[in-house]
Design a protein around this ligand. Structure first.
Ligand code: C2E
Ligand code: MG
Ligand code: MG
Length: 649
């Protein structure tokens, strides 16, 4: 026994053969190869394996006889048997499809002279796309029996291009009702078909990323569930939503936002297995369907993996962007039996992940549904309340630690809904930011606060300043300097009496543009405060770049004063650095005497918190301001008695 290496149709085969048979086998392989090439011209569309088989059809008997140890060809030979049967059938049927006449237009469609078809009777059927030949023959015989008169099918023209034809035909019968011939008209409908394909692609795909859309996702998920039912296998659904995408879109523009979405979709597709479907539902929402996932824990593991993959920075244009994602998971069959319910529940779980601080994974649990319904209702109520201006401002005093006077008040919005009762701004402000309602709401707050301040000024407290919170979305989406200028003019409040509180998220992106807006605000004469300082990413040295007047030390530090060493040293450091940068410090959330003592000793400029007063309605704060009630501070830790008095203007 010896071996030879042959190449057939681009593939290497190592064949075993009897001694002395080598040359014969090599010849055989050569014949096969020639045959393949000639068939390729005719059936360019069909797969390579099939082509090898077709070629083998002509030489196979010999091949099988002489070399039944050719393992590599075995597979193809099995296929061959089927194919040979089909070919025989086709040859038989071709006899019935005799072409009697074709008009000149056929030349345009097929790209061959009409005479060719007359000369070679196999040509007409041979030009039909191999996948449609059976269909065409079946249809022809059904036309004879009174079946449907039209058919759409593909041909391959002489240039190798696939074209779509629509045939309309009728059978011409003899006196005894036997078919004489079939008359028909072919129309080239290739353009229309391409257009249809394109439209149907768009119906099922997202034009931006090319991923399946909700339509196709529903289909695929439905199929996956059908398979999973038969195999008694779970299916996992991951619902993803990027955190803060709106913010990126607002800050950098939609082109960059679009490019980021494309990059995310590519990375997402790469992070899951080939068989898993990734779809985009719109906006920054994506869904992954995990088939054969094993169990819920495995689905969670995949979700974690996806989270990691998306956490790596994206380079879009010349920006490097960090994006985090919130993922909700639902699993068939525990969390639902239909695509709709599974998607809804994964969505609900995703919202829980957002609520839990984002950048996380949550598996669906039944209690979550209640909360989402609430959220939807809340959003509706918020929209209506914004229209109806059903809000109120409360004011929380800020006490200056040097003078002991209420030097400033912070306007804090209050929403008392007839049905939901009091809703905390910590809950509805993020919702207002997400929905864009913060724009009209913020405008109302600013105007209302300035009107109130003007009233207090007129009542004699001309030294009083008003602090107003401005959210990041407002900042990036609205011409804030213009709004501020207009409201100051309208209300007659001097600019130096207004302080705008910004959060660090305002400064995170697009620093240059932000600095420009801050400069404009400074030029108007208002002052700027950094709210909740210490909770975000920025350091004081970073803050130096921005024209900030006041640092508000976040409540989380104050709360742990003075017993926590960390909180104490951080607070001291913030105060010292702020002083060196010429910034004022205000401590938030002062609730106890000890906290006050510590802050006073460490030269914090002002304090705000329940120790003095919560935020109160305007009348009560007005009374407090008018009453000139001394704000007493009990003993400080230094044992120095300090009396704080409110001061009249
Ligand atoms: P913020 O601007 O940091 O406001 C301080 C928050 O701390 C207020 O909560 C206030 O009531 C609370 N607070 C003050 N002193 C104490 C204290 O001693 N102890 C404790 N535990 N809490 C204290 P509030 O009113 O619930 O507001 C929450 C957040 O909602 C505000 O945080 C602010 O970021 C936002 N917000 C409120 N009103 C507005 C508004 O008109 N516009 C915008 N954009 N955001 C607002
Ligand atoms: Mg504030
Ligand atoms: Mg704050």
């Amino acid at each position: 026994m010896s071996h030879i290496n042959v190449t057939i149709n681009g593939r290497q085969y190592r064949m075993a053969c009897e001694e002395g048979q080598e040359v014969r086998l090599l010849k055989l392989a050569e014949t096969l190869e020639t045959r393949i090439q000639s068939l390729r011209g005719k059936f360019g569309e069909i797969g390579d394996a099939r082509l090898t088989v077709m070629a083998a059809l002509t030489v196979c008997d010999e091949l099988v006889d002489t070399s039944n140890r050719v393992r590599a060809l075995e597979q193809e030979l099995t296929e061959l048997r089927d194919f040979r049967n089909a070919a025989v059938e086709r040859a038989r049927m071709t006899q019935t499809a005799v072409v009697n006449a074709l008009n000149a237009a056929a030349e345009r469609v097929y790209g061959r002279p009409v005479a060719d078809f007359m000369a070679d009777q196999a040509l007409w059927l041979g030009a039909v796309h191999p996948a449609d030949q059976g269909l065409v023959l079946q249809w022809l015989s059904s036309v004879v029996r009174g079946g449907p008169s039209t058919l759409q099918y593909r041909i391959i023209d002489s240039g190798g291009q696939v074209r779509w034809l629509e045939d309309r035909a009728r059978a011409v019968l003899d006196g005894n009702g036997r078919p004489l011939r079939i008359d028909g008209v072919s129309s080239d409908i290739t353009e229309r078909k391409l257009h249809e394909e394109e439209t149907s692609w768009l119906v099922n795909h997202d034009a931006l990323t090319g991923l399946p859309n909700r339509n196709l996702l529903n289909d695929r998920l439905g199929q996956a569930l059908a398979r999973a039912r038969r195999a008694e296998q779970p299916v996992g659904v991951l619902f993803l939503d990027l955190d803060g995408f709106k913010f990126i879109n607002d800050s950098f523009g939609h082109t960059l936002g679009d490019n980021l979405l494309k990059a995310v979709s590519t990375r997402l597709s790469g992070a899951v297995r080939d068989g898993d479907s990734v779809a985009r539902l719109g906006g920054d929402e994506f869904v992954v369907v995990l088939e054969n996932v094993g169990d819920a824990a495995a689905a969670e593991a995949v979700a974690q993996q996806v989270l990691q993959a998306l956490a790596q920075p994206f380079t879009v244009g010349d920006q490097s962007l960090h994006v985090t994602t919130s993922i909700g998971i639902s699993v068939f069959p525990e969390d639902g039996h239909s695509p709709e319910i599974l998607l809804k529940h994964a969505d609900v779980a995703m919202y829980r992940a957002k609520d839990q601080g984002r950048n996380g994974v949550q598996r669906y649990a039944r209690e979550m549904s209640v909360r989402t319904d609430e959220r939807v209702q809340l959003e509706r109520a918020l929209r209506l309340s914004v229209q109806a201006e059903q809000f109120e401002l409360h004011y929380q005093p800020q006490v200056d630690l040097r003078s002991g006077a209420v030097s400033s008040v912070e306007a804090l919005i209050r929403w008392h809904h007839p049905e939901f009762g009091k809703v905390s701004p910590a809950r509805f402000i993020p919702l207002a930011e997400e929905t864009g309602l913060i724009i009209p709401l913020g405008e109302w707050v600013l105007r209302q606060a300035c009107r109130q301040l003007k009233a207090w000024h007129d009542a004699g407290r001309r030294d009083l300043t008003m602090a107003v919170n401005v959210s990041a979305r407002q900042f990036h989406h609205q011409d804030i300097p213009r709004l501020v200028r207009r409201v100051l003019e309208e209300t007659g409040v001097p600019p130096q009496s207004l302080e705008l509180e910004l959060t660090e998220s305002v400064l995170l992106y697009n620093a240059d543009a932000v600095i420009e807006v801050l400069r404009q605000l400074k030029a108007i004469g208002v002052s700027l405060a950094m709210d909740d300082f210490g909770t975000g990413y920025s350091s004081l040295s970073y803050l130096k770049r921005f024209p900030i007047d006041t640092i508000k030390i976040d409540r989380s530090f104050t709360t742990d004063l003075p017993q926590s060493k960390d909180a104490a040293s951080i607070t001291r450091a913030i105060i010292a650095m702020a002083q060196s940068l010429d910034m004022r410090t205000v401590a938030e959330g002062v609730e106890t005497e000890d906290q006050l003592g510590f802050l006073s000793l460490n030269a914090c400029d002002a304090v705000q918190g329940f120790y003095f007063s919560p935020a109160l309605p305007a009348e009560q704060v007005g009374a407090m301001l008018a009453e000139n009630r001394p704000l007493t501070v009990p003993r400080l830790r230094s044992e120095t008695p300090l009396r704080l008095t409110s001061r009249t203007g």
